[in-house]
Design a binder for this molecule. Structure first.
Ligand code: MIG
Length: 677
C-alpha cells in the first residue's frame, strides 16, 4: 500500500507516474519534526534491522552505519569517506525483524540527507527540504515493496539487445584509426565485441554534436564501416555547450534563450572541457526539446547509442569564483606563509570546482517560474537524458537507442540507464560495484554497470579477470579507463585465452541474461537482488554482502580479493554449482545448503542454480564476433530439478519497441529429477 504526503509546495519532478491522492491522515510512520531547514524524519532501528536502497551510493548493500547525501557530485575519488556520488536515489527500505517493514521515497530535488545510524547507531534520520512529497510503501515482503515502488515510478528503460554485448571504451581513442585498432585487437584474437565508445576527443574542441573532421574524415562512412564489422560506436555528449562564435549549438541556444541564466539574466558561464560554456536549461520544456533535437545530427550519421556525461552538472570553475580566488591567492604573494595560510591558499584552488556558490548563482526557467539551481540540482542529469530520449521518440519512434547517463534522479530510469562513474582499479571498487547493483535495481535502474577494470589507476591482469567474471552478469558490460592509465583492453594482457573464455561465457549466457532483464523491466522487478529478497526466512542471508541473485534462476558469488584462489559462499538452500573454464568446458555439482569454501581459479566462472530452476545457454561457434552470432536455435539447458523446473524464456527482435506480450513468452519445462552435467 502506497501513501503519499505533501509538504509545503513541492515542485513536480516527474519521478512518479501513478496519480495517488494525498493521504488524509498526518504522517506517522516515522517521527516527524519541522526544523528551520525543512523536515526531519526519524525512527529507531533494531539491531537486526536492515536498510536497503539509496541506489548509487557508497558502502554496502545494508546501508546502516553511515550517512548519505543526495546531492549529485562529480567526485572521482570514491573512498569510504565520501557521502555523495553522481546521482540522487532517495528510496530506501527499512526491513524490520520486529514490526512492519516499509519503503520510503523522498521526492525532493534538493539536498536530502539519510543518516542511517551514523550519528546514533540505532536511529534512522532523514532530512529533506520543506517542500517535498513523501511516499511510504508497506507490503508483503521486500520484493513486493520494491514492485509497488517501481509501479509508482514507471517502467524501466530498455536498451537495444546489442547493448548487452561486450563493449570497450577508453578516454583517449582520438581518431578513426585508434578505433579500428581496438576492433582489430579483439577480432584478431577472435574475441566478441559489440561496441566501441567515443570519449570527448572525437569532438571538435569538445563541442557537443560536432565530429572533428581531421580525426574522423567522412564520419558517416566510418560509422558504416564499423557496422559492417558488427561494431556500434557510442559517442559521449557533455552537458556544457562551448561559447564560440559561429558554433550553431551555441548561437541557437543564446537566441532561443535555452541556457541557464545568472542572477542578472545573462547566460550563465561555467568552464568545463570545452572551456567557458553555457548550460542548456533542460528543466525547461522548450530548451529540452531543442537540446534533444541536436542528437539527430549524429543519428543521421548512423549512430544508435549515446552516453551523457558531466551532467551533475560538473563545473570546473566560474569566472566570478576564479576571479575571487585569484585575488585572494595573490594577496598571499610575498608573504611568509604559515601553515594555516598555506592550506587556506591551497583550499582556494581546490574549492573552485563544483562549488556550492556556483550552484547558487544560476537559474532555471521551469514553466515560467524562475528557480535557483541548487534547489533542483539533482534533476539536471535526469532531464538532460530525458531530453535525448524524448527526441529519440520523434526521430526513431520504434527503434531502441542505447542511452545512459552519469547523473540521475529517480524517474530517469524510464529514459536511460546509468554507469557508476569514475571508480578506480581497486579491488574495493569491484566489491563496491557488486554492492551497488541491487540498490540501483530497487530504484528502477536496470541497465547499469561499472567501468570494468576500473577507470582511474592501473588495472592489473588479475583484477581485470575477476572484474570481468562479475561483469558478465551486469547488463552494461563495458571496460573503460581514464586517459593516462595503463591500457586495459583485454588483448593488452598475456592470458588472452582466459579473457576470451570469460567474454564468450557472457555471450553464452546472454539468452538467459537478456530474458531475465526483459522480464524484470516489463514486470517491474529486480534483476539483481540481495539474498534476503529471495530467502526472507533465512537468518544468515541479511548478512551476505558479496553474493547476489541474478534473474530468477541463479546466484553469483564473485571473487573480489587480490590473490584469493577461492572464497566462502553461503548457500541458503541446496544449489547446483556450475563451474565454467570456458563456455564448453563446464561441470555441475549439487552443493548442500550451508557455508562452503569454493575454489575459483582466475580463469573460471562459477555460479549457482537455484533448486527447481534452469537457464538456457547458447552454443557458440568458435568465431562468434558479436551478439548476432548467437543462434536462438542452439540453446542448451542447465537445470537443477528435484521435482521439475520451468523456465519462461523471453525473446524478441532486440531493436524495435514491440516487446513480446506476456502470453507469448515461452514456457520450457525440464522433466522430473533432471540434473544437467
Ligand atoms: O572530467 O570524458 O566519468 O567516463 O572518460 C572527466 C572524459 C570527464 C568523466 C567520465 C569518464 C570520461 C571522462 N569524463
Amino acid at each position: 500500500m502506497i501513501k503519499k504526503y505533501t509538504f509545503g509546495q513541492p515542485l513536480e519532478t516527474g519521478a512518479a507516474v501513478q496519480a495517488i491522492a494525498a493521504h488524509s491522515q498526518p504522517f506517522d510512520l516515522m517521527h516527524l519534526a519541522h526544523t528551520q531547514d525543512g523536515i526531519c524524519l526519524s525512527c529507531r532501528m533494531d539491531t537486526q534491522d536492515v536498510v536497503y536502497g539509496l541506489g548509487e551510493q557508497m558502502r554496502g548493500i545494508n546501508k546502516r552505519g553511515f550517512s548519505y547525501v543526495s546531492y549529485a557530485t562529480d567526485d572521482s575519488f570514491h573512498t569510504e569517506s565520501r557521502h555523495a556520488l553522481y546521482s540522487a536515489h532517495n528510496f530506501l527500505i527499512l526491513n524490520r525483524t520486529n514490526g512492519a517493514s516499509f519503503g520510503i521515497f523522498i521526492d525532493d530535488p534538493g539536498t536530502v540527507v539519510f543518516d542511517v545510524g551514523e550519528t546514533q547507531l540505532d536511529q534512522l534520520v532523514i532530512r529533506a527540504g520543506k517542500d517535498c512529497v513523501i511516499y511510504t510503501i508497506e507490503g508483503n515482503g521486500l520484493k513486493d515493496i520494491v514492485k509497488q515502488f517501481r509501479e509508482l515510478i514507471g517502467r524501466s528503460y530498455i536498451p537495444p539487445k546489442w547493448a548487452f554485448g561486450y563493449q570497450q571504451s577508453r578516454w583517449g581513442y582520438a581518431c578513426a584509426q585508434d578505433i579500428r585498432n581496438v576492433v582489430q585487437g579483439y577480432h584478431g584474437k577472435n574475441i566478441p565485441l559489440d561496441a566501441v565508445y567515443m570519449d570527448i576527443d572525437y569532438m571538435e574542441r569538445f563541442k557537443d554534436f560536432t565530429v572533428d573532421a581531421e580525426k574522423f574524415p567522412d564520419f558517416a562512412d566510418f560509422v558504416e564501416e564499423m557496422r559492417g564489422q558488427g561494431i556500434h560506436l557510442v559517442p559521449i555528449i557533455d552537458a556544457g555547450v562551448k561559447i564560440e562564435e559561429g558554433y550553431p549549438v551555441y548561437e541557437e541556444g543564446v537566441k532561443g534563450n535555452y541556457f541557464c541564466k545568472d542572477g542578472d539574466g545573462n547566460d550563465f558561464i561555467g568552464a568545463v572541457w570545452p572551456g567557458r560554456s553555457h548550460f542548456p536549461d533542460v528543466l525547461n520544456a522548450d530548451a529540452r526539446a531543442w537540446f534533444g533535437g541536436k542528437y539527430r545530427v549524429l543519428i543521421e550519421q548512423g549512430i544508435d547509442g549515446f552516453w551523457n556525461d558531466m551532467n551533475e552538472p560538473a563545473i570546473f570553475y566560474s569566472d566570478q569564483n576564479l576571479k575571487k580566488a585569484m585575488e585572494a591567492i595573490l594577496s598571499f604573494k610575498d608573504q611568509n606563509l604559515g601553515l594555516h595560510e598555506f592550506y587556506q591558499m591551497k583550499g582556494l584552488v581546490d574549492g573552485l570546482s563544483n562549488s556550492e556558490e556556483d550552484y547558487k548563482s544560476f537559474y532555471h526557467n521551469m514553466d515560467g517560474v524562475k528557480i535557483r539551481h541548487d534547489q533542483v540540482h539533482n534533476l539536471y542529469g535526469y532531464n538532460m537524458t530525458k531530453a535525448a530520449s524524448e527526441a529519440f521518440d520523434q526521430i526513431a519512434p520504434n527503434k531502441r537507442i542505447l542511452l545512459f547517463s552519469r547523473s540521475s534522479y529517480i524517474g530517469m530510469h524510464r529514459y536511460g540507464g546509468i554507469w557508476t562513474g569514475d571508480n578506480a582499479s581497486w579491488w574495493s571498487h569491484l566489491l563496491l560495484s557488486i554492492q551497488q547493483m541491487p540498490s540501483l535495481n530497487m530504484c528502477g535502474i536496470l541497465y547499469t554497470g561499472s567501468d570494468i577494470g576500473g577507470f582511474g589507476g592501473d588495472a592489473t591482469e588479475d583484477l581485470l579477470l575477476r572484474w570481468l567474471a562479475f561483469g558478465i552478469f551486469t547488463p552494461l558490460m563495458r571496460n573503460h579507463a581514464a586517459a593516462g592509465t595503463r591500457e586495459q583492453e583485454i588483448y593488452q594482457f598475456g592470458h588472452t585465452e582466459d579473457f576470451r573464455n570469460i567474454i564468450r561465457i557472457r555471450y553464452g549466457l546472454l539468452p538467459y541474461l537478456y530474458s531475465e532483464f526483459m522480464k524484470c523491466a516489463l514486470n517491474n522487478e529486480m534483476y539483481f537482488r540481495p539474498l534476503a529478497f529471495d530467502y526472507p526466512q533465512d537468518t544468515h542471508a541479511p548478512q551476505v554482502e558479496d553474493q547476489l541473485m541474478v534473474g530468477d534462476s541463479i546466484m553469483i558469488a564473485p571473487v573480489y580479493k587480490q590473490n584469493a584462489t577461492g572464497r566462502y559462499v553461503w548457500l541458503p538452500e541446496d544449489m547446483l554449482m556450475v563451474r565454467m573454464k570456458s563456455l564448453e568446458e563446464r561441470t555441475c555439482k549439487v552443493v548442500e545448503q550451508g557455508h562452503h569454501y569454493v575454489d575459483i581459479a582466475l580463469n573460471e566462472v562459477v555460479f549457482f542454480v537455484k533448486k527447481n530452476h534452469m537457464l538456457p545457454v547458447a552454443a557458440l561457434d568458435d568465431d562468434v564476433k558479436n551478439i548476432s552470432g548467437i543462434d536462438a536455435g542452439r540453446y542448451e539447458w542447465i537445470g537443477y530439478a528435484e521435482e521439475a523446473a520451468e523456465y519462461v524464456l523471453y525473446e524478441d527482435d532486440g531493436v524495435s519497441k514491440e516487446y513480446t506480450p506476456r502470453e507469448d513468452w515461452k514456457r520450457i519445462i525440464l522433466a522430473e529429477r533432471y540434473l544437467s552435467n
